[in-house]
Design a protein around this ligand. Structure first.
Ligand code: IPE
Ligand code: IPE
Ligand code: MG
Length: 246
């Protein structure tokens, strides 16, 4: 069904991404271009996220990760930060029933302790209410930074080594993966960033080692399921070699 839909729009595809990650960028510029407050751009962006999440099961995507707030985004004004936290609260409230019914499992990665207790409780509840769902795993990176995640991993591993519970000689890439916030996720096959910026901005520094990177000029509040599908098609015709020559 999923493949059929895409094939209708393009060539035969044998290759579908299992895990797609989105750097949802351009909300502020979208709002500015319309003379609106930045927070309006974030609201419109949340609507686009809803559409994309709904489209994933029929597109054969099992894991979707979205970068919603970086460890550097605290540098924005208090107004914008509180506008964003209110939006998270509102979005979780309005979407939770549908997400639960549609079989979406929600995970949050990043340091949630920086947020209000009530917001943290909402996040914990949504995770536990959806933990047995299997249709789509939606990971929301909120107060997430790749460097901070690596520092946390090093701290945990060092602690274990000091306690004599881990032999440094046994350390390998598989073990490092287990100490990251994404330990239960495969690495992303495809990372899409909107708004024309061609950087990772501290997102998935370890996990992006072999991801396909796609940059789209569209501002996130204008990013539709059709844009999304066109990136899946592009991904489908790429050959990922992982360092080999075959
Ligand atoms: C992305 O849009 C959303 C967050 C970073 C929270 P921006 O708010 O960064 O939008 P631009 O880049 O300023 O247009
Ligand atoms: C990256 O976007 C973070 C999110 C999309 C949440 P930014 O807008 O914060 O990144 P920079 O500042 O342009 O690098
Ligand atoms: Mg931005």
């Amino acid at each position: 069904m999923a493949k059929q839909k895409l094939i209708n729009t393009s060539q035969e595809l044998s290759n579908f991404p299992n895990h797609v990650a989105l750097v949802m960028d351009g909300n502020g510029r979208w709002a500015k271009a319309r003379g609106l407050p930045r927070v309006q751009g974030h609201h419109r962006g949340a609507e686009r996220l809803r559409d994309i999440v709904k489209s994933c099961p029929e597109l054969g995507i099992r894991y979707l990760t979205v970068f919603a707030f970086s460890t550097e985004n605290w540098k924005r004004g208090q107004d914008e930060v509180s506008g964003l936290t209110n939006l998270f609260r509102q979005y979780m409230g309005s979407e939770s029933r549908e997400l639960i019914e549609k079989g979406v499992k929600i995970n949050f990665i990043g340091n949630r302790e920086a947020f209000d207790r009530s917001l943290v409780e909402q996040m914990n509840q949504l995770e536990s209410a959806t933990k047995s769902n299997e249709v789509l795993e939606l990971t929301v990176a909120i107060n997430y930074g790749g460097k901070s995640e690596i520092v946390d991993m090093v701290r945990k591993i060092t602690r274990k080594a000091v306690e004599g519970k881990l032999n440094p000689d046994q350390l390998d890439e598989v073990l490092v993966d287990k100490f990251l916030s994404t330990s239960n996720l495969p690495d992303p096959d495809l990372i899409i960033r909107t708004s024309g910026e061609t950087r990772l901005s501290n997102f998935f520094l370890w996990q992006a080692a072999y991801s396909e990177l796609a940059f789209d000029q569209t501002l996130w509040p204008d990013f539709t399921v059709e844009h999304f599908k066109s990136h899946l098609i592009q991904y489908g015709i790429k050959e990922r070699r992982f360092g080999s020559i075959t």
